[in-house]
Design a protein around this ligand. Structure first.
Ligand code: ZN
Length: 298
């Protein structure tokens, strides 16, 4: 009996030993794979943390670039389109150049829809429909500040521009100039058809009830001009032919001529202190002939 009991005990302990070994093996396996799994989970967390911090860096980089840009930066790397996607910029479509090197497409003036923005009682003045409300809002804001702005010219068809141009040439011929002389002389005052921003429906000649004159730059001494200088960019407008930029624009200083380029670019151009031609050049949007290779009109 004693012997049997002892044998049985021995048998149990042998089973227990095997069981123990199995448990140890399972434990070792568990620990091994467990650590591996945990380690890989950790490395994933690491990666995602890295991605997160990288994107945070990206965003902060972007933000700082943007603030640098708005803060009158005019260096090469201030190229806006590489920082903010064009589709996110308000009215980026309006940012194109119209001048002697960059005429409008032949039918552009007919393709756009125009909307009445102002009336002087005798005549209605129209603007590209997409930008019209900006002009209307600007006039209303000025009025609230006691400034009565007036539109003295805005959208003109290319046909009308042609009529204007031909009439000016004819007047000079009638006064004794040769045709060639008359054309050269007219060019100084009247833009060629299709080469005027007025044909694009994005420019307005703006004065106020206190002062109207295309013959001098006296408008610059008015309260209305000071108001425009301070507020026009908020409505997407820039003074297109600034004083001191005559060589770059090819046009005399016109304190009355304002061009819609969208709020974003209006601030960018104004803060840069550049005229539109220089701004395009600075951003690498012009070739060596002054022809726009980017931000071109469709
Ligand atoms: Zn004008």
């Amino acid at each position: 009996m004693e012997q049997r009991k002892k044998r049985r005990k021995k048998k149990i302990s042998k089973q227990a030993l095997i069981l123990r070994w199995i448990m140890i093996l399972v434990l070792i396996l568990l620990i091994f794979f467990g650590i591996k799994k945990i380690a890989s989970a950790f490395s994933r967390v690491d990666e995602s943390t890295a991605v997160t911090s990288a994107s945070t860096l990206d965003t902060s980089q972007q933000t700082s670039d943007i603030s640098v840009n708005t803060a009158a930066d005019t260096t090469e790397d201030s190229m806006t389109e590489s920082i903010i996607p064009e589709e996110d910029i308000d009215n980026a479509w309006a940012m194109f150049l119209v001048n002697n090197q960059n005429p409008l497409p032949d039918d552009y003036d007919k393709r756009i829809s125009v909307k009445k923005v102002y009336s002087n009682g005798e005549r209605d003045f129209e603007f590209d429909e997409r930008a019209a409300d900006y002009l209307i809002d600007m006039f209303e804001a000025a009025k609230k500040d006691g400034i009565n702005l007036t539109v003295n010219s805005s959208y003109r068809t290319i046909e009308y521009q042609q009529y204007n141009f031909d009439r000016s040439v004819q007047q000079r011929v009638n006064n004794g100039m040769s045709y060639e002389e008359a054309v050269l002389d007219t060019e100084k005052e009247v833009a060629y058809p299709g080469k005027s921003e007025h044909n694009a429906g994005l420019s307005a000649d703006i004065f106020s009830d206190e002062y109207v004159s295309f013959d001098d730059d006296g408008f610059k001494n008015t309260k209305a001009y000071a108001w425009l200088m301070e507020n026009a960019a908020d409505y997407g407008f820039i003074l297109r032919y600034p004083e001191g930029k005559e060589a770059e624009t090819g046009i005399i200083y016109e304190p009355w001529h304002y061009r819609f380029v969208g709020v974003y670019y209006a601030h960018k151009v104004q803060d840069s202190g550049l005229c539109l031609e220089e701004f395009f050049e600075e951003n690498g949007w012009l070739d060596e002939n002054g022809t726009a290779v980017k931000m071109t009109v469709e």
